[in-house]
Design a protein around this ligand. Structure first.
Ligand SMILES: Nc1ncnc2c1ncn2[C@@H]1O[C@H](COP(=O)(O)OP(=O)(O)O)[C@@H](O)[C@H]1O
Ligand SMILES: [Mg+2]
Length: 314
C-alpha cells in the first residue's frame, strides 16, 4: 500500500478554473517525491489537502489516501490523529511556525505534552534528543533560547525536530529550504535526507526549483496551472524532459557552479481567472498548434512515467 496516494484530486474555489484539476500522485515509504511548479501552480494546495486544510467553500472531488485511509472522509478524531502524528508539514519560513515570545523548549515540549499527552519530564528529554538528532550542539541550552537568538537555518532545524517529534511516516516539505541562503540550504537538505533515510519516511518535497528537485528526489511531478504536466523519475526528467514546460524550466534555472544566462519561460504564470479550453501551457508554448488551444491533453506514457502534451501523441 502506498504511504500517500492522491487520486484525481480536483479543487474548485470560485475561480474561472479549478485550483487543482485531476491531480494524481503517490509517495511510497522511504521515497522522496518532488512537486515542482511556478508560484500559484497549486503546490501548497496539494500539500495542504493531505491534511484536509482546504480552501473555504471549496468543491472537492477525488481522493487523498494516507496509508489507505481516506483523508477527505475521515472522522474528526481520525483527522486530529493524522495531523498530530502521522503527517508533518514543514513550511518555508520557520519564524511563522514559532511564537517569538516562547522559548524553543516550550515550542517542542508543548506539542509533545498537549497534542500527544506525554508527561512533561519525558517531553523535555525527547526535545533534547530531537535537537541532537537534527545536529544542534548543546541542545540543553538551546531549549532556553528564544527564536530571535537563532539563525534561520538553526530555526529550520528546530522546526524539523518538531516535525519528527510524533514519529510521522510522511513529511510534507513545502519550500522548506527556499528562504535559506545557499550554504544553509545545502546543510538543511542534507539533514532532511539523513532523517528521511534513518526513519524511512516518505517525503513530498515541494519546490519551484526543478534542478533542486531533480537532484534531491526519486521522482518528480511537474505542475502547471493546477495540472500535472509531467511525472518522471528524477534522472529521466532531468536528462530528457518531454513536456515543453519542463524543458523550459530546465533551461531557465541556472545550475550551481555553471552560471549562464537565465532564460525565463516567456509569458506569465496563469491566474485563476485564466480558463483554458485546451492545454493550459499553450499560450506560452513555443510549439503550440491548433489542437493545443482546443483540446485538453491527456497524459501519455513516456520513458519511466507520463507527460500531458499533444506533441507526444502518436
Ligand atoms: N484558500 C484559498 N481560496 C481561494 N484560492 C486559493 C486559496 N488558496 C490558494 N488559492 C489559489 O490557488 C492557486 C494555487 O495556490 P497555491 O497552492 O498556494 O500555489 P503554489 O504553492 O504553487 O504557489 C493560486 O491561484 C491561489 O491564489
Ligand atoms: Mg506554495
Amino acid at each position: 500500500m502506498m504511504l500517500l496516494s492522491v487520486e484525481g484530486l480536483t479543487i474548485e474555489a470560485g475561480g474561472r478554473r479549478p485550483i487543482l484539476r485531476d491531480v494524481s500522485l503517490a509517495v511510497g515509504r522511504g521515497e522522496i517525491v518532488g512537486l515542482v511548479g511556478e508560484s500559484g501552480s497549486g503546490k501548497s494546495t496539494i500539500a495542504r489537502s493531505v491534511l484536509r486544510l482546504l480552501p473555504s467553500r471549496a468543491r472537492v472531488s477525488g481522493r487523498v489516501l494516507v496509508e489507505g485511509d481516506d483523508v477527505l472522509a475521515m472522522s474528526p478524531e481520525a483527522l486530529r490523529r493524522l495531523r498530530a502524528s502521522r503527517v508533518s508539514m514543514i513550511y518555508q519560513d520557520p519564524r511563522s511556525s514559532l511564537n517569538p515570545v516562547r522559548r524553543i523548549g516550550d515550542f517542542l515540549t508543548e506539542r509533545l505534552v498537549h497534542t500527544l499527552g506525554r508527561p512533561k519530564a519525558e517531553a523535555r528529554a525527547t526535545a533534547v534528543e530531537l535537537l541532537a538528532a537534527v545536529g544542534m550542539r548543546d541542545p540543553e541550552s538551546r531549549l532556553r533560547q528564544y527564536p530571535h537568538e537563532l539563525s534561520g537555518g538553526m530555526l529550520q532545524r528546530v522546526v524539523i525536530a518538531a516535525a519528527l517529534a510524533a514519529g510521522p511516516s510522511l513529511l510534507l516539505a513545502d519550500e522548506a529550504t527556499s528562504a535559506l541562503d545557499v550554504t544553509t540550504q545545502a546543510e538543511t537538505l542534507a539533514l532532511l535526507r539523513r532523517v528521511q533515510a534513518e526513519r524511512e519516511l516518505g517525503m513530498l518535497f515541494i519546490t519551484h526549483d526543478l534542478h533542486l528537485a531533480a537532484a534531491f528526489c526519486d521522482r518528480v511531478h511537474v505542475l502547471y496551472a493546477g495540472t500535472v504536466v509531467e511525472s518522471r523519475p528524477a534522472k529521466e526528467l532531468f536528462d530528457s524532459p518531454r513536456h515543453p514546460y519542463t524543458a523550459g524550466l530546465l533551461a531557465c534555472t541556472p545550475e550551481l557552479g555553471a552560471p549562464r544566462t537565465i532564460r525565463p519561460v516567456p509569458g506569465r504564470p496563469p491566474s485563476l481567472d485564466d480558463a483554458f479550453t485546451g492545454c493550459p501551457f499553450a499560450p506560452r508554448c513555443p510549439h503550440t498548434t491548433e489542437r493545443c488551444t482546443t483540446r485538453h491533453p491527456e497524459p501519455v506514457a513516456v520513458a519511466g512515467g507520463s507527460a500531458a502534451c499533444h506533441l507526444l501523441e502518436v
